[in-house]
Design a protein around this ligand. Structure first.
Ligand code: PBG
Length: 323
């Protein structure tokens, strides 16, 4: 035998020497849930170890992440049901929970990277990502609200705006609103290929943001489709996106790879709530080794081609020095 691939696996030193993929703190983005009030820290039942924080505790949490070298955060608000309406007005109200949170985080941690979510669902009384009329989710009519939301986030200091509703023309419209208002340096991370997935369940529990009727299949993609992801990614790139995101991550590694191979832009992958819940449940039952399962997941997502990973595991992998 001339070739014995095992020779390159014979010791830890050689295995590390030939390792092709690494995950580091710089690649990780930590999603954080925010609630109103003070001294709040409530665990999401389906996401052990993940909490909804009031702004005071959010700042403490971010401080402890920063010390670990984790410096990018994607913020999501849990909005009081009484503040929701058909037009998501709360999403661009100056003193809203979310806008206060962005301002506070950037004031206290100017060097942190704050990513903000632009979609109507956490603020919509219909629980949908767009304006609803006679059971239909409107595309173009929703743009004006998203523009106001994105502009408000930029004014509060957001570094990256992430339009997440998977409807048409979002990136181009938001880019124009930002540029017209002199926010040419605010980036856009587009949810380019976001699938109508079962794996968002725990997130909707965390934010109480599930649709009040129907599903999201007229805007989020069919899990069976791969080529359609290229149409979406190409459009977002031509409209001015700075990052292209695939979501969820683990069941869509082929899509991450496909987009990676077809763009020069950095690709992000969102290792979503249901992926986290699945791993944690198995670990709680003693069925998986925690460190090995989690690092394997993150490494696989990087190997598929993701530059950045949005993941609820971000803090624990650094705290436990698993990377
Ligand atoms: C909403 C949004 C969702 C997630 C991020 N932004 C849920 C949805 O589309 O219903 C899911 C994130 C996760 O599951 O971790 N625009």
């Amino acid at each position: 035998m001339l070739q014995r691939p095992r020779r390159n696996r014979k010791s830890e030193v050689i295995r590390q020497m030939v390792q092709e993929t690494h995950v580091s703190a710089a690649n990780l983005i930590f999603p954080l849930f925010i609630v109103d009030g003070t001294f709040q820290k409530s665990e999401v039942a389906s996401m052990p170890g993940i909490y909804r924080y009031s702004i005071d505790n959010l700042l403490r949490e971010i401080e402890s992440c920063m010390k670990l070298g984790l410096k990018s955060f994607d913020l999501f608000p849990n909005i009081d049901e009484a503040l929701k309406d058909k037009f998501a007005t709360e999403s661009h109200r100056e003193e809203s929970l979310y806008l206060r949170a962005i301002r506070e985080v950037k004031k206290n941690f100017p060097e942190a990277c704050v990513i903000t979510d632009v979609a109507m669902d956490p603020y919509s009384s219909d629980g949908h990502d767009g304006i609803v009329e006679n059971g239909e989710i409107l595309n173009d009519e929703t743009l004006e609200i998203l523009g106001k939301m994105a502009l408000a986030h930029a004014q509060c200091g957001a570094d990256i705006i992430a339009p997440s509703d998977m409807m048409d023309g979002r990136v181009g419209y938001i880019r124009k609103v930002l540029d017209d208002n002199k926010f040419t340096n605010v980036s856009i991370m587009s949810y380019s290929a976001k699938y109508a997935s079962a794996f968002y369940g725990p997130f909707r529990d965390a934010l109480n943001s599930a649709p009040k009727f129907g599903d999201k299949k007229t805007y989020q993609m069919n899990p069976a489709n791969q080529r359609e992801a290229l149409i979406e990614a190409t459009l977002d790139e031509s409209e001015g996106a700075d990052f292209l995101m695939v979501k969820p991550a683990l069941p869509y590694l082929d899509v991450i790879k496909l987009i990676k191979d077809n763009t020069e832009l950095p690709v992000a992958a969102y290792n979503v709530s249901g992926e986290y819940a699945m791993i944690k449940a198995a670990i709680q039952k003693g069925w998986l080794n925690e460190q090995r399962a989690i690092t394997e997941v993150l490494t696989s997502i990087r190997r598929a081609g993701a530059t950045a990973i949005l993941t609820y595991h971000a803090k624990e992998v650094l705290e436990n020095k698993w990377l």
